[in-house]
Ligand binder design. Structure first.
Ligand code: UDX
Length: 456
């Protein structure tokens, strides 16, 4: 099918590349000419494992452009995947969505077009997009006739594993008030739903994986599914972090506790990794938006609010523990292992490392950070932050009074800790991700405190 994608951020690009790989003719539209030039050369502007490889495999079906006519003119399905960043009041900024809807209205010309909202938008946005498209379409005053319907198709991609999350999804959720739109989208996703495509060698199909669940609903329900899913995942993490703090007090080990409750299939073992809490572009933004939508209807959302409060507290606790250990932060050298909000991505949005580093700098410490892939971006995006960048993980330990593990890159677990210890001024590691091996630390003579584990 002729498909257009508006916006080549994480969601747009992953969706576009995957659909092209599945055999559709995809044109990705973006206003950023430099980005489009790079994409045309096959270079992905973001770090996402295997995205370059899949782009290459799909290149025959994949175009990039800044020209809305080229992208939208004959499109049968148009995905809107523009950013909806949070405004200071917690509501998402919808200006990019608005201009995307208006260009669609200006340029569509196929007899029947399905406009799919892939961006996370406030509940009810589908109707709003439809009215914007309609107004722009009417304003053209041409005789050609296009019919269009708006649908919602939320994404559930985790950065760092976005491509397998897309190709081997738990489910595809599609909401629309018109069956015709649902039928078009079922057809679009067919190779994925039935898993009839040949799996790329670099993204092998999980064993026994045969089909993807296709869930259809009305527009509002699909929009709410996205928020409810992210809020639930966020509160699962905050819940385990709340229990983790109690574990520290009573001398329990949160990793045993999490395993013990996770083996109950009603609870499930995923998203129970205790630590510094969640960051990233979704959980903070979506929980804020959910609360703000509730407020519009006079509804308080105490559970979602509590998930946010606990998460903020996890970051504050890292500083508290550090102060307790070092007493004075002024003049101390603190190393940070990991800058991005999670491993295998260079995304720095709402990354705990930023907040920690700023608070430490504010208190007079010298902070040195290292991340295997996010340093280039950090230098650019965190130019206001007085953070020194280490050349490798090793150098973070040099003369350090403490090292904080903030992002759980596997390579951080493998460091030669006996050697690292020799470089440290004060042999102390605060593990915010529950990754460090107690025995290895003991053998290296390093004092280790892990969030959620009693430090005795
Ligand atoms: C999330 C959702 O998972 C995805 O479905 C959604 O559409 C976009 O937002 P993402 O933000 O890329 O994806 O990453 P995710 O793997 O969900 O992790 C989010 C944050 O939670 C990270 O900071 C991670 O370190 C943290 N986390 C995750 C935990 O602290 N504990 C866990 O058990 C899991």
């Amino acid at each position: 099918m002729k498909t257009a994608i508006i916006g080549t951020g994480y969601v747009g690009l992953t969706t576009g590349v995957a659909l092209a790989f599945l055999g559709h003719e995809v044109t990705c539209l973006d206003v950023d000419a430099h980005k489009v030039e790079e994409l045309k050369k096959g270079k992905s502007p973001i770090y996402e494992p295997h995205l370059d490889d899949l782009m290459k495999a799909a290149s025959q079906n994949l175009r990039f452009t800044v020209d809305p006519v080229e992208a939208l003119k004959n499109a049968e399905v148009i995905f809107i995947a523009v950013g909806t960043p949070s405004l200071p009041d917690g509501n998402p900024n919808l200006s990019y969505l608005k201009s995307a809807a208006q260009s669609i209205g200006h340029y569509i010309s196929s007899p029947f077009v399905v406009i799919v909202n892939k961006s996370t938008v406030p509940i009810g946005s589908g109707n709003w997009v439809e009215s914007l498209v309609r107004d722009a379409y009417r304003a053209q005053n041409v005789d050609k006739k296009s019919e269009f319907v708006v649908a919602s198709n939320p994404e559930f991609l985790r950065e760092g594993s976005a491509l397998s999350d897309m190709l081997y999804a738990d489910r595809v959720v599609v909401g629309s008030d018109e069956t015709r739109a649902l039928d078009v989208l079922r057809k679009l996703y067919q190779p994925l739903l039935e898993q009839t495509f040949e799996a790329p060698s670099f993204l092998p199909r999980p064993e026994g994986f045969r089909a993807v669940h296709f869930l259809t609903s009305d527009l509002q329900s699909a929009e709410l599914i996205k928020y409810a899913a992210n809020a639930f995942l966020a509160l699962k993490i905050s819940f385990i972090n709340e229990i983790a703090e109690l574990s520290e007090k009573v001398g329990a080990d949160i990793h045993h506790v999490a395993r013990g409750i996770g083996l109950d299939s009603r609870i499930g073992n995923r998203f129970l990794q205790a630590g510094i809490g969640w960051g990233g572009s979704c959980f903070g933004k979506d929980t804020a938006a959910l609360i703000s939508t509730g407020k519009e209807y006079g509804l308080s959302m105490p559970i979602t609010q509590a998930a946010r409060d606990v998460n903020a507290r996890q970051r504050a606790r890292m500083i508290e523990i550090l102060m307790n250990e070092l007493k004075i932060l002024k003049g101390r050298k603190i190393g940070i292992l990991g800058l991005a909000f999670k491993p295998f991505t260079d995304d720095l949005r709402d990354a705990p490392a930023y907040e920690l580093a700023s608070k430490l700098v504010e208190r007079g410490a010298k902070v040195v950070g290292y991340d295997p892939v996010a340093m280039t971006r950090a230098k650019r995006e965190w130019s206001d932050l007085e953070l020194e960048y280490a050349e490798n993980a090793h150098s973070v330990f040099s003369e350090a009074d403490a090292v904080l593990l903030v992002t759980e890159w596997p390579e951080f677990k493998m460091l030669p800790y006996s050697e690292c210890a020799k470089l440290m001024k004060n042999k102390f590691i605060l593990d915010g991700r529950g990754q460090m091996d107690k025995e290895a630390m003991k053998n290296a003579g390093i004092k280790l405190i892990t969030l959620g584990k009693s430090s005795t």
